[in-house]
Ligand binder design. Structure first.
Ligand code: GDP
Length: 451
């Protein structure tokens, strides 16, 4: 793994200075072999050295070469940075020479990947490097630099340490009940600790999700069988005639998208014409397709017709709703009630009609209420910043909930111990301990070259 990698670390365009960067065992010798100036193999670490890059007896450029010796470097390996004159031709020429001398062109993010694989940074910090580069706002820059400084990593590490102590205590209590020095761990102790951890992790996840909402908005899928009024509702929400409304079932064939803002947050509606079978003249209500749409959305708005009986397909969708954030909209409340919901269990039910204004307002208010849009704040910087981190944290939270339930149900302590070990592993995954090569490759490939 420690072969010499090289890349242009600055943007390749006309500019005063460019940096060609190398990392790996032997990179100092490699650069020295085409450098005229001091003997770079003998200079002190972390020095900048003036000289020239020479190739086939010709001066290629006047340069400043930074020498950074292992282990106190970005990758923990020897690193050389050649500060050359900017511009495409010179920088490319120096890169080419380094490759001819035996270095390999680095993959995207490979320097940071080495820093991670060599144990200098964890995955949260590696991702923070990428986030800093991609930051467009002052706030996201601030969050990323905090992560690089290790604030979030430390919080996760502390959680893990607490779990480890708890596990150790449980083990001693199970294996050596006669051992008097060991702190006696009661189920109540475990419950308290688990509760504290769940609350703090839950707060971070909640903050992280609202940040995601601030950044990306909420994606809403409006689903329901043809003719219940989905397009009409969307039109009313958007305040324009984007989706074509007819009383012939299923005339809206294109996926119509539109956004509104509620309390400053983008609500992106996807009119799910895609759920309809576009071959049939009278289109079918596709349960599978609806479920696909549901899975892609942050919120499902399931529309039913107040005037009609509940269909088998609609019952199937209702079964699936409980795994999602959803609102059930019973539309056409102006018409006679024929819909009977007594046999199904539903929350977040609202009645609307598209003929009056108040029906649609109640839908908007429900969205505001469900996503706490009135309370979204932008203060805390210690949050998870990507789907990978949030998903793992949510997994850990779910297991923490299981532990609490297990305690309530008087589960044996060794079962609870298994769950606690799992939480410890999940939190370790957030930091990038025990990670698959494939995932790491995929993750670092999103970096820029030379980082
Ligand atoms: P979609 O197929 O689910 O998108 O349904 P549409 O929005 O195309 O509406 C189908 C028909 O129901 C149209 O004729 C609408 O005018 C009508 N409609 C929609 N909402 C209401 C409502 O609240 N009350 C009544 N009476 N008719 C409605």
């Amino acid at each position: 793994m420690n072969d010499i990698i090289v890349a242009i670390s600055t943007a390749l365009s006309k500019g005063a200075i460019s940096i060609v960067r190398l990392s790996g065992n032997g990179c100092i010798e490699l650069v020295n072999s085409c450098f005229k100036g001091k003997d770079l193999t003998k200079v002190n670490s972390h020095t900048i050295n003036y000289g020239h890059i020479i190739f086939e007896d010709k001066i290629i450029d006047e340069v400043l070469v930074s020498i950074m010796k292992s282990p106190k470097t970005y990758t923990t390996e020897d690193i050389v940075e050649i500060n050359c004159h900017g511009g495409i031709a010179t920088t490319n020429k120096i890169l080419e020479i380094m490759i001819l001398k035996g270095a390999r062109l680095a993959e995207a993010g490979e320097f940071t990947k080495r820093a991670y694989l060599n144990g200098r940074i964890d995955l949260i910090k590696a991702e923070a490097v990428m986030d800093i580069i991609n930051s467009k706002t002052e706030k996201s820059r601030e969050i990323s630099i905090n992560q690089l400084e290790g604030r979030l990593s430390n919080i996760i590490r502390n959680f893990r340490e607490d779990l480890l102590k708890l596990l150790a205590n449980i083990e001693v209590n199970i294996d050596y009940p006669e051992y008097e020095d060991a702190e006696v761990i009661t189920i109540e102790n475990i419950r308290q600790q688990v509760e504290i951890m769940r609350n703090s992790l839950n707060n971070i996840v909640k903050e992280s999700l609202s940040r995601k909402i601030i950044k990306e908005g909420i994606n809403v899928a409006i689903i329901g069988k043809p003719n219940v009024g989905k397009s009409s509702i969307l039109n009313k929400l958007l305040g324009e005639n984007k989706a074509i409304v007819t009383d012939i079932a299923g005339t809206t064939r294109d996926i119509v998208e539109g956004s509104i803002t509620l309390n400053g947050i983008a609500i992106n509606f996807i009119d799910t014409a895609g759920i309809r079978d576009t071959v049939d003249v009278v289109e079918k209500f596709g349960v599978e397709k609806s479920i696909e749409q549901m899975n892609r959305a942050d919120l499902v708005v399931f529309v039913l017709n107040n005037n009609e009986l509940l269909s088998i397909e609609e019952k199937k969708i209702i079964d699936k709703l409980k795994d999602k954030k959803y609102i059930v909209v019973i539309n056409k409340k102006d018409l006679k009630n024929n819909l009977d919901l007594s046999e199904v269990e539903l929350k977040n039910v609202i009645y609307t009609d598209t003929v009056s204004i108040d029906g649609i307002e109640s839908l908007k208010n429900k969205i505001i209420e469900m996503f706490n849009l009135e309370e979204i704040e932008e203060n805390n910087c210690d949050i998870f910043t990507n789907v990978r981190q949030i998903t793992l944290a949510k997994d850990a939270l779910n297991i923490l909930n299981d532990v609490e339930k297990g305690i309530e149900l008087n589960m044996p302590v060794d079962m609870i111990e298994i769950d606690i070990k799992q939480i410890w592993t999940k939190l370790g995954d957030i930091l990038g301990e025990n990670y698959s090569e494939e995932l790491i490759d995929q993750l670092f490939s999103q970096f820029c070259l030379g980082k």
